[in-house]
Design a protein around this ligand. Sequence first.
Ligand SMILES: *[C@@H]1O[C@H](CO)[C@@H](O)[C@H](O)[C@H]1NC(C)=O
Ligand SMILES: *[C@@H]1O[C@H](CO)[C@@H](O)[C@H](O)[C@H]1NC(C)=O
Ligand SMILES: *[C@@H]1O[C@H](CO)[C@@H](O)[C@H](O)[C@H]1NC(C)=O
Ligand SMILES: *[C@@H]1O[C@H](CO)[C@@H](O)[C@H](O)[C@H]1NC(C)=O
Ligand SMILES: *[C@@H]1O[C@H](CO)[C@@H](O)[C@H](O)[C@H]1NC(C)=O
Ligand SMILES: *[C@@H]1O[C@H](CO)[C@@H](O)[C@H](O)[C@H]1NC(C)=O
Ligand SMILES: *[C@@H]1O[C@H](CO)[C@@H](O)[C@H](O)[C@H]1NC(C)=O
Ligand SMILES: *[C@@H]1O[C@H](CO)[C@@H](O)[C@H](O)[C@H]1NC(C)=O
Ligand SMILES: *[C@@H]1O[C@H](CO)[C@@H](O)[C@H](O)[C@H]1NC(C)=O
Ligand SMILES: *[C@@H]1O[C@H](CO)[C@@H](O)[C@H](O)[C@H]1NC(C)=O
Length: 489
Amino acid sequence: MKTKTFSKSFKSNQLQMATPLLLLLILSSFRPAQSHPITSPKFQLPLSTYPHPTTLSVRDFGAIGDGRHYDTKAIQSAIDTCTCSSTSTSTPCRVTFPPGKYLTATIFLRSGVVLEVQDGATLLGGKRMEDYPREAWRWYVVVAENASDVGITGGGVVDGQGLGFVKRFDEKKNVMVSWNRTGACLGDECRPRLVGFLGCTNVRVWNVTLREPAYWCLHIVRCENTYIHDVSIYGNFNTPNNDGMDIEDSNNTVITRCHIDTGDDAICPKTYTSPLHNLTATDCWIRTKSSAIKLGSASSFDFKGLVFDRITIVESHRGLALQIRDGGNVSDITFSNINISTRYYDPSWWGRAEPIYVTTCPRHSNSKEGSISNLVFINITATSENGVFLSGSKHGLLSNLRFTNVNFTYRRWTNYADGFVDYRPGCQGLVHHSTAGIIMEHIEGLEVENVNMRWSDDRSRRWNNPLDFRPSTVNNISLYNFRSGLYRQ
Ligand SMILES: *[C@@H]1O[C@H](CO)[C@@H](O)[C@H](O)[C@H]1NC(C)=O
Ligand SMILES: *[C@@H]1O[C@H](CO)[C@@H](O)[C@H](O)[C@H]1NC(C)=O
Ligand SMILES: *[C@@H]1O[C@H](CO)[C@@H](O)[C@H](O)[C@H]1NC(C)=O
Ligand SMILES: *[C@@H]1O[C@H](CO)[C@@H](O)[C@H](O)[C@H]1NC(C)=O
Ligand SMILES: *[C@@H]1O[C@H](CO)[C@@H](O)[C@H](O)[C@H]1NC(C)=O
Ligand SMILES: *[C@@H]1O[C@H](CO)[C@@H](O)[C@H](O)[C@H]1NC(C)=O
Ligand SMILES: *[C@@H]1O[C@H](CO)[C@@H](O)[C@H](O)[C@H]1NC(C)=O
Ligand SMILES: *[C@@H]1O[C@H](CO)[C@@H](O)[C@H](O)[C@H]1NC(C)=O
Ligand SMILES: *[C@@H]1O[C@H](CO)[C@@H](O)[C@H](O)[C@H]1NC(C)=O
Ligand SMILES: *[C@@H]1O[C@H](CO)[C@@H](O)[C@H](O)[C@H]1NC(C)=O
């Protein structure tokens, strides 16, 4: 088994290479196993017991840590000194933040440097536009560009002061400040992200809390070998674009033991400029007003070899979602051992309480249509206010889908209107359609095995068919041990 081989290779190496970046080295030889996609790595590394060749405290570089004075210069000097004393993987260097509040403009992380934000320490992102670089794509509180062997840890907090970017609080959806007057970016999505790794290799983020991003929270872009574990993310439930982790155009990413409570998509793989391969996310707890797991909607290139295992999704707007809109093809995706509860929220948020949502359609009339194939859903329990939506399109088929050991309970507990299918963004938008257990269109090959649907007998609510499809667009469905029945509480 992958897990065993992995821990064995760790043990045999551990005496020779006692460095905190050891794990990154191991990770670089680790690839999530496609032939046994369900296994997940068990990393048990008491890193704090390893000696650190160099550790620099930001206090020694003049940081005050009172949360009022900017400590940017001191922090950046510590990092720049640290990177010089590090010869990358062999001699890593740590920059520590002792307890205190460190207000800062953008800080640039360099190769071979790990930030250690200690328990009781908070890195506070500035709220002024001049705290960030000129180019909007570099607006982060902490950013690493083209670096290797970099990370953040320490048990402390990185905080983007996102509430300072709310122009008007609204239970439905907050209205946000936008820095679009610069022309650097457009619309109302013009705010700084919290932490970014751009074009990096061997990235590790662990044992840290990321709080209140103004926009997206943890952004991994064009990276190779990223390991994120024991990370908590607390965004704002009413703030749009308050994503948890956006993994973009990156290969070989492992996420484990995460806790994400936020307004927008929680774990969100995307492709803009190149494919995304091999992402594994396990043992996570998620609550969001949008999708808990979402592939897309940026989807210009392929997604391949993704595994989501042992995930708990609570009171979210959508559970497991593929929102393919730009011509990228998706294949070999497994969702296993997942508990889901989805409910309706205000329709200004994409999502209609679907526990599972698999869609591909052209974003605009001239967009390409990607296909989706080889999807497995196994050992899933869902309680939801709406059914599953599986929707291919004319030139973007869904093929070879499998549902095994899945229990759906359908019940209404909010008063939001039902009776819509939601193609947003783009495509046909929000469309009136009766409510069903599984709605299907443009599918070739679907196996349903050991699937139970249980229905609330609340007769004031109208549920239509367990399965809703037209034979003209759906071909080769098989049902083994499929049950549908009422339940009484
Ligand atoms: C993804 O993982 C597979 C299986 O381990 C491996 O063969 C492939 O090279 C990996 N892809 C990339 C882009 O690293
Ligand atoms: C990072 O590398 C890319 C590709 O080589 C390059 O275009 C970009 O300018 C680099 N960025 C920085 C900050 O060095
Ligand atoms: C996380 O950081 C805290 C505070 O420094 C420390 O006590 C704890 O052992 C760390 N946990 C892990 C898993 O590294
Ligand atoms: C700038 O953002 C505001 C929202 O804060 C929005 O109303 C406005 O349309 C945007 N302007 C441009 C030019 O995008
Ligand atoms: C990821 O793997 C794909 C497929 O091999 C490749 O095209 C892409 O350039 C890789 N991306 C990175 C960031 O290495
Ligand atoms: C899902 O819920 C069932 C019982 O409701 C529980 O036995 C199982 O451990 C849960 N799984 C996860 C991944 O939380
Ligand atoms: C998706 O697959 C189709 C059909 O094989 C292909 O024409 C298209 O180029 C693929 N898309 C991408 C982004 O590679
Ligand atoms: C589904 O429900 C059946 C009957 O209550 C139970 O035996 C089975 O373990 C459940 N499966 C899952 C994946 O929750
Ligand atoms: C599904 O659940 C069964 C029963 O708990 C377990 O034996 C099996 O290994 C699980 N399958 C996967 C792919 O996790
Ligand atoms: C029907 O779909 C299954 C997968 O769901 C596939 O294995 C089988 O080959 C398909 N049969 C036909 C006749 O296309």
